[in-house]
Write a protein of this length. Structure first.
Length: 612
């Protein structure tokens, strides 16, 4: 295996799709007059190319999330459009490679195909396996080899555009120093208890002047007077009776929840081949890499590979080896639904059994609530008929189990019915001319509403908001007074007095980073801190308090340590990849700007319809 040439990634994807096929979605080949979904210049995107691209996006999503997905679900989240964008970009590169005469010889094509794991037998490359795989995918040998040749040429073009990008050391060193630099700071917070003397109680004239000078703070927004009738499961649950037979049945149906076998906390890292997985395991065993390193190399987060707590049955063929571990560790390669994988077992969860008696009350509450929700669903058509017949909210409450109410609602009101997002959404859209409808609430309840009046924004009278005005005025005065006191203290420190001699409740924080949150400080504390010079004093004020802040020291990070070297290298590689990706994106965008792109939406819709 040593020294074996790596297979082109694009060709690997094609080969994997050929081996896996599109059987999972009921797709084999799109024939007849349906041939292309789009053209980019002289390059055509065949229906099969598009179908395979959708398949690739779905499989990539499944591998990342560990969750199965139908094509219908994929279309809902836009994976089909993502696939189309990908093949259009590839077609632009293909067209450009063709335009400039870039191609590869037969030897390169043969070498690429002969190295593919999908076409190997014990003796090496197997021509029969190769032809059968293509036949099963309804692709001729000549078409496939033409595709491989084109993709290799496209890969050369990609490499020519994006390779050789390096991150300048000065750039890496500068950003490392910026990101890792920290501050030592001493600070004191001045609160109401630190006032030199109590603030005088504001007069009525003071309140009136503040009320007039700050109208926005005391203006009621546009408000709708809404009458409504609602019905929730909680309103009915007390009248719903359930017997033990029902609860026993419910308990039996949910035995997997109450009687759990021994389980394991497991993470699964899937590889494209057995060889790749085995190589990764060998690196682990040799301490050349950690499991977390392997995850990062795949461009994944730990959350992407976490299977949670799983049973022996959940793990299929891999279960026995994983459950044989008595303490955390990594095993593999082992089979999975997505391919060979390494599994990390992080913990053992003992078997648990919860008796019927222990959960009876819980089940009774759930059963009653479920029955109440069904009653509401069953009553909705009757309520809709009554609304269609002109019934108002009071009549609904009189003739059904609904309860009527009135609310003055705006974006600042969250009480009672206004706590429901569904009500708030409906209320925001409703007008006095809107016809009331039955709206489903988040807890399974329903509501109907009618806007009776819309009140324009208006300044609330001083009498109505006097307490709020007083609080706001005193807060502003306290903040101004304390800020002035803090400035006096700051001047004393600037003139040589020690902060410790000023009777302040001093706090000292060391190694404060740029992304730190220092408890008890205002929002602009860290930003201001990183603008100061050593021994410089600043005064901050917010929410009625004031702060005296002194920068004690600037801590320059050690850029020569092994950890720093690793961090810089990882950062440099990441930035280089980002630059390369951005360069390739800009290049392909420029290609698309100079080419005519035609998309056959009818063909795309036809392919999507067959992807089942």
């Amino acid at each position: 295996m040593a020294g074996k040439k790596k297979t082109n990634p694009t060709v690997v994807v094609i080969l994997l799709l050929l081996v896996m096929g599109l059987a999972g979605f009921g797709v084999t080949n799109f024939g007849g007059s349906l041939r292309t979904v789009a053209t980019v210049g002289s390059a055509e995107i065949g229906v099969n190319d598009y179908a395979r691209a959708v398949e690739a996006e779905v499989r990539r999503f499944q591998q990342t999330t560990g969750q199965p997905m139908t094509v219908q679900q994929a279309q809902l989240i836009g994976l089909d459009r993502q696939a189309l964008s990908r093949v259009v970009t590839e077609a632009a590169l293909e067209d450009e490679a063709r335009r400039i005469g870039l191609s590869v010889g037969d030897a390169n094509v043969v070498s690429e195909i002969r190295q593919a794991d999908a076409f190997q037998s014990a003796a090496g490359f197997d021509r029969t396996t190769y032809e059968m795989a293509l036949q099963q995918s309804n692709i001729s040998v000549s078409d496939f080899e033409t595709r491989v040749r084109s993709d290799l040429a496209e890969g050369l073009l990609r490499q020519a555009v994006a390779s050789g990008v390096e991150t300048p050391p000065f750039f890496t060193d500068t950003l490392f120093a910026f990101a890792r630099e920290t501050r030592d700071v001493t600070w004191a917070r001045l609160t109401e208890e630190d006032l030199a003397e109590p603030l005088p109680e504001p007069s009525l004239e003071d309140l009136a002047a503040y009320h007039e000078a700050n109208p926005d703070a005391f203006t009621r927004p546009e408000t709708k007077v809404i009458s409504y009738a609602w019905l929730t499961p909680d309103m009915l649950v007390g009248d719903v009776e359930v017997d033990d037979a029902q609860l026993r049945t419910l308990y039996d149906e949910r035995q997997e929840e109450f009687i759990q076998p021994e389980r394991r906390l497991v993470e699964r890292l899937v590889y494209g081949s057995e060889a790749a997985a085995a190589e990764a395991k060998a690196r682990l065993d040799a301490d050349d890499a950690t499991f977390d390193d392997l995850v990062a190399e795949r461009g994944l987060q730990l959350a992407d590979i976490d299977l949670g707590d799983v049973s022996l049955e959940d793990l299929g063929e891999a279960g026995e080896a994983i459950f044989a571990l008595e303490e955390p560790g990594v095993v593999g390669p082992l089979p999975s639904s997505l391919g060979p994988a390494l599994y990390r077992m992080n913990g053992v969860l003992a078997a648990q059994e919860t008796s019927f008696e222990e959960v009876r009350d819980e089940l009774a509450g759930e059963a009653a609530a479920d029955r109440a929700r069904r009653i509401i669903v069953e009553s909705a058509p009757q309520i809709e008929d009554m609304l269609a017949g002109g019934a108002d909210m009071a009549l609904l409450a009189e003739r059904t189990d609904m309860e009527a109410g009135t609310i003055e609602w705006n974006d600042e009101v969250f009480d009672d019915i206004a706590a429901y997002d569904a009500f708030r959404a409906a209320a925001s859209q409703a007008t006095p001319d809107s016809f009331p409808e039955v709206i489903e609430l988040e807890d399974g309840g329903i509501v109907a509403l009618k806007v009776d009046e819309v009140k324009a924004p208006e300044l609330r009278p001083l009498e109505e908001v006097k307490d709020d005005v007083r609080t706001a005025l005193l807060t502003e005065r306290r903040q101004e007074t304390l800020a002035a006191q803090a400035e006096t203290i700051a001047d004393q420190v600037r003139n040589g007095r020690e902060m410790a001699a000023l009777g302040l409740d001093l706090q000292t924080d060391r190694s404060v980073g740029r992304d730190a949150l220092v408890e008890g400080t205002p929002p602009d504390f860290v930003t201001t801190l990183f603008q100061l010079k050593p021994d410089e004093i600043a005064v901050l004020a917010a929410d009625g308090d004031a702060w005296v802040v002194r920068l004690d020291a600037v801590n320059v990070p050690d850029g020569t340590s092994e950890e720093a070297a690793r961090a810089k290298a990882a950062f440099s590689e990441g930035i280089a990849r980002d630059f390369s990706g951005a360069l390739l994106t800009a290049y392909t965008s420029s290609l698309l700007d100079t080419r005519e792109v035609e998309v056959n939406q009818s063909a795309i819709s036809a392919v999507n319809a067959q992807l089942q």
